[in-house]
Design a protein around this ligand. Structure first.
Ligand SMILES: C[S@@+](CC[C@H](N)C(=O)[O-])C[C@H]1O[C@@H](n2cnc3c(N)ncnc32)[C@H](O)[C@@H]1O
Length: 199
C-alpha cells in the first residue's frame, strides 16, 4: 500500500515510547488511543504488545490513513479506528488504559479540558493514562527548541500551544487521576503517567 500517511516524528519517537509503555501497559487489556494521527503508533505498539487491544481514534479526516496502516498490518488486536473528536460523542466502551501522543498542544485548552473531564466515563476503575509530548514546567519552556515550536504552533493557530504540567495535572486530578510517573524523553518531550484513584 503506497498512499499511507507518514510522520517522521512518529517513527523517531515510537521506540523510546514503546520502551516505557511495555512496563506501564504490561497488565492492561484495552487501550483507547486519542488522536492517532497517521496510525503508525497504533501499528507499532499493537505489534509489540499483542496482549493489548489497541483502539485507535481520530477526527474523520484522519481515519482513511489510519485504516491504510491497520489494513496493511492486518493485526488481530487493532479494531477499526473510531471517528472521535473529544468535543463530540465519546465511545460507549470502557478502557483500562488511555494513550495520547502530541495532541494536547494541538487541541485548544477547552478541548484539553473536555478530554480530561470525560475520562471517568470511558475508563475502568483501575485505569491508567499515558500522555506523550512537550510540556512546560512552572510556566517555562524546557528548551529553546520548545519555545520556538510554541511560536510556530501559535502561528498555525492561536488556540495551540505547549501546556504546563501543573495545569494538566490539575485537570487529571479533577477527573480522579493521580500523577505516578513523569519521564523525560528525547527531543525535550515527556511521557507522563497517571492512575485513576480508587473510589
Ligand atoms: C500532531 S498530531 C499527533 C498524531 C499522533 N498521535 C502522533 O503522535 O503522531 C495531533 C493529532 O490530534 C488530533 N486532534 C486534534 N484535535 C482533536 C480533538 N479535538 N479530538 C480528537 N483528536 C484531535 C489531530 O487530528 C491529530 O491527529
Amino acid at each position: 500500500m503506497t498512499d499511507k500517511p507518514y510522520s517522521p516524528a512518529s517513527e523517531r519517537n515510537r521506540e523510546p515510547i514503546l520502551a516505557v509503555l511495555r512496563r506501564w501497559f504490561t497488565d492492561r487489556q484495552r487501550v483507547l488511543e486519542i488522536g492517532s494521527g497517521t496510525g503508525q503508533h497504533a501499528v507499532h505498539f499493537a505489534t509489540a504488545m499483542p496482549h493489548l487491544v489497541w483502539q485507535s481514534s481520530d477526527r474523520a479526516e484522519n481515519l482513511p490513513g489510519i485504516r491504510n496502516w491497520l489494513d496493511e498490518a492486518a493485526l488481530p488486536n487493532t479494531p477499526s479506528p473510531l471517528e472521535f473528536d473529544v468535543t463530540g460523542d465519546w465511545p460507549s466502551d470502557r478502557y483500562d488504559a488511555i494513550f495520547s501522543a502530541n495532541t494536547l498542544h494541538i487541541m485548544s485548552w477547552p478541548e484539553v479540558e473536555q478530554l480530561f473531564a470525560k475520562l471517568p466515563a470511558v475508563t475502568t476503575a483501575d485505569a491508567c493514562l499515558a500522555i506523550y509530548g512537550p510540556f512546560n514546567i512552572e510556566g517555562q519552556f524546557t528548551s529553546d527548541s520548545n519555545a520556538s515550536f510554541d511560536r510556530d504552533l501559535k502561528m498555525r493557530g492561536v488556540h495551540m500551544g505547549i501546556r504546563d504540567v501543573a495545569a494538566v495535572d490539575a485537570l487529571a486530578a479533577a477527573a480522579g487521576f493521580n500523577l505516578v510517573e513523569d519521564i523525560a524523553m528525547p527531543a525535550n518531550n515527556r511521557l507522563r503517567y497517571w492512575k485513576r484513584r480508587r473510589a
